[in-house]
Design a protein around this ligand. Structure first.
Ligand SMILES: [Zn+2]
Length: 457
């Protein structure tokens, strides 16, 4: 009897192990089958020499070929396009991975989780991106020799029109990268996978908090005499702004006024808004996960709170995430979640179609409207570099990245408040000096190109 019950227990344990195994496999199957099917050991897809038997292509929004698996790997026809989209297509050696192709591998070869490869594998797979090669080239050319990032997206649909990261190189003519300072960090997609000290574009976050938390913000004034003491330290301004309203303080990017506003709001309120607006969160789309930002105040002295409120201290933001914050202000408080892949077809059959989804983080619609007006005033009174005859709203930043302030990143972020051109943007130029002088003209050039592309569609 004892023996039988032992056997029964043993059988039960075995059954449980089997069941757990089956559950684990099913879970992994549904999560990872798309990647498994593209494995180089799959003889349905690869020939005996390990080359893809299927022709997979990545194209821009107009159908221009950017990358194809034909004859090994083929990139775009011209060198400038190859450089401009390198961080999206990946390179030949896998130093920059082809995340967009890997993520949709199953859709490209017509693989279906339920019916498998159903005997036949596609001969053609096309992945259509939301970016425009023309806009990518314009951004690359506008950045010139600077390292940095330019992002533009449609805040109503989520389509990213521009995602450029520099430095870059021609994958068909690879330069000597090792030890060359001009190519430092070249394999990193700076738009999606890096973070930067934001500088004064961060004053927009502090402004959202001030509009909602200081009841009399609209009627108050602050006095800037070029510097002010906050706690035990001194905040310096780049000018002498006298008595200013909050709108004027934002337009002049007055550090004295904004450090005082931030210190008055306090650490907890600023942290609450950073979290509520999702500024430091990661975004996930199309196989990418953007780098998390940081806003690290913890029982900090007032000076640090003031300094953090003007985008310095230990503040770090990811350009793509900040671009979506611009989109939320533009779109009345709620922005579309960004994406890069518009459609995937396999043997001319659509296997993936992007859908617009809205980000969870929202801004109160009234606050968004006030901020929009202040950002519009910035452009009208301060940013002569913006030549578009459209309601562009923006904020510049000159982020100190060296202790003595001699090295600065130029930043510029904003949006066009227009139904036909609902575009939000971000520009970061490493060691670029002033935001309004270096980053604003780049934004202007790229937006002109975006409008041309949208008009032609
Ligand atoms: Zn000032």
């Amino acid at each position: 009897m004892n023996k039988i019950s032992h056997r029964a227990y043993f059988a039960l344990i075995l059954a449980c192990v089997l069941l757990l195994g089956a559950v684990a496999f099913t879970g992994r199957y549904f999560a990872q089958a798309d990647q498994w099917v593209g494995h180089s050991g799959n003889m349905h897809i690869y020939d005996n020499s390990g080359n893809l038997d299927v022709n997979l292509s990545i194209r821009d929004r107009d159908g221009t070929m950017l990358y194809s698996t034909q004859d090994g790997r083929t990139f775009a026809d011209d060198s400038e396009t190859r450089k401009a989209v390198l961080h999206l297509t990946g390179d030949r050696n896998g130093n920059i991975p082809s995340i967009l192709l890997d993520e949709y591998g199953g859709d490209l070869i017509g693989y279906n989780k339920l019916t498998g490869l159903h005997g036949t594998v596609a001969q053609e797979g096309d992945e259509i991106l939301t970016v425009s090669a023309e806009v990518q080239r314009a951004a690359l050319s506008a950045l010139g020799d600077y390292a940095g990032a330019v992002g533009v997206y449609n805040y109503k649909t989520g389509e990213i029109l521009c995602a450029v990261s520099t430095p870059t190189f021609d994958p068909d003519n690879v330069p000597e990268i090792e030890g060359n300072p001009a190519y430092e960090g070249v394999y990193v997609n700076r738009f999606l996978q890096s973070t930067y000290t934001p500088g004064s574009i961060f004053k927009l976050v502090t402004t959202v908090a001030a509009i909602e938390q200081l009841p009399d913000w609209d009627s108050r004034t602050w006095t800037c005499e070029g510097s002010c003491k906050i706690g035990n330290d001194t905040v310096y301004c780049h000018g002498y702004h006298g008595t200013v309203t909050m709108e004027e303080a934002l337009a002049h990017s007055c550090n004295v006024a904004y450090a005082q506003i931030a210190a008055e709001l306090g650490e907890d309120v600023l942290k609450q808004y950073v979290s509520q607006l999702g500024i430091c969160d990661r975004l996930s789309f199309d196989g990418y996960r953007t780098r998390a930002g940081s806003f690290t105040l913890e029982d900090s002295p007032d000076f640090d709170v003031g300094w953090a409120g003007i985008g310095q201290h230990d503040d770090l933001i990811n350009p793509c995430q900040y671009m979506t914050f611009m989109g939320a202000i533009a779109n009345g408080g709620e922005a579309a979640s960004p994406y890069l892949v518009k459609q995937v077809t396999s043997n001319d059959k659509t296997t993936y179609q992007a859908k617009t989804t809205m980000l969870e983080e929202t801004i109160n619609a009234r606050t968004a409207r006030k901020l929009r007006d202040m950002m519009r005033n910035n452009v009208q009174t301060m940013y002569g570099a913006i030549t578009l005859d459209l309601p562009v709203c923006a904020k510049s930043g000159t982020a100190e990245v060296s202790a003595d302030g001699s090295v600065t990143n130029a930043t510029f972020a904003g949006f066009i408040d227009d139904e036909d051109y609902p575009l939000a943007f971000v520009v970061v130029v490493e060691n670029g000096g002033s935001g309004s002088e270096t980053a604003a003209p780049i934004a202007n050039t790229v937006l002109w190109e975006c409008i041309d592309v949208l008009d032609a569609e």
